[in-house]
Design a protein around this ligand. Sequence first.
Ligand code: NDP
Ligand code: KPL
Length: 307
Amino acid sequence: MPQESGAAASARLAVIGAGAIGGYTAALAHWAGLDVTLCVRAPLDGLTVESGGEARAAAVRIATDPARTAPVDWVLLTTKAQDTAGAEGWLRRLCGPGTAVAVLQNGVGQEERVAPLVPKGTGILPAVVYLSAERLAPGRIRHHVASELHVPEGPLADRFAALLSGSGLQVHRVPDFTTAVWRKLFTNLAANPLTALLQQRMAVFADPGMVRLSRDLLREAAAVARAEGADLGEEDITRTLELYAAAPPDGGSSMLYDRLAGRPLEHEFITGAVVRAGERHGIATPLNGMLLTLLRAVDRDLRAGRA
Ligand SMILES: NC(=O)C1=CN([C@@H]2O[C@H](COP(=O)(O)OP(=O)(O)OC[C@H]3O[C@@H](n4cnc5c(N)ncnc54)[C@H](OP(=O)(O)O)[C@@H]3O)[C@@H](O)[C@H]2O)C=CC1
Ligand SMILES: CC(C)(CO)C(=O)C(=O)O
């Protein structure tokens, strides 16, 4: 785990959400010397991150009440997409003149989701998250693999990269964010629904039938992605399947972890995003549509406490 101090060591950072991504990024930022407040909705005793077989505590400040917080330099929003609106109380208190908000969420349209919840003019930086982490228990995070954030290039991205320099989180500034966000969505479109529906980990992708099904799901999505302006093709599908094959077999997906913990699923922002965009463009997505129907059924049971 990185030990060195970051370039923006005195910056104040608030991380909303103490789950897998929030807990991991908050710990790395704290170890890099940033002034980190972790904003949670249920009290937390502390934060510990396991990575590479080593467990380390991060003595971040923990806040449970938005009313007791003040504006910071950066906010990292790391709730599930369906919980974005629920974080409005935090966003309103943490954003002042000069605050920027980075949205670390899967799916597409991160900026549009957050814009109505922050003061007009607040800089919003959508971030594609390439890392795998799992919340083992409240405040206990296991990092499985990778530590990359991809953001649209520009002055806000430059500030974000400077903020996190030396933290171990690599910030990549990309010229074509539409392609980047859809490319990342590809990695979720088969892995998240299939692991969640089957309640199996990434080892499931050793099955050639599962790889064929994933390719077909992604081919549907590629047609939709291109209609949305993303520059993606067969080689991106192949690369995604290679990623699945190379993933730690005991790793999972954020949707699997939600199902195992009995929490609502993020399906409407992943599979649902493809199906709805397909409908807008008149592109049929029967396989993704079928998964969406199954995920909605599971989610209904989870919300009713039956699954
Ligand atoms: N886990 C992973 O490996 C990856 C996840 N992602 C994406 O990153 C995003 C975050 O995922 P992940 O970290 O796994 O999700 P988690 O479910 O582990 O964490 C989300 C956290 O948000 C908290 N939260 C929700 N609403 C609020 C609120 N109003 N105030 C404070 N906290 C709140 C939840 O609180 P509570 O504890 O009370 O439920 C939870 O701790 C998702 O979009 C996911 O798809 C992207 C790449 C990889
Ligand atoms: C599956 C993974 C790690 C990327 O493939 C992911 O983004 C998630 O768990 O939501």
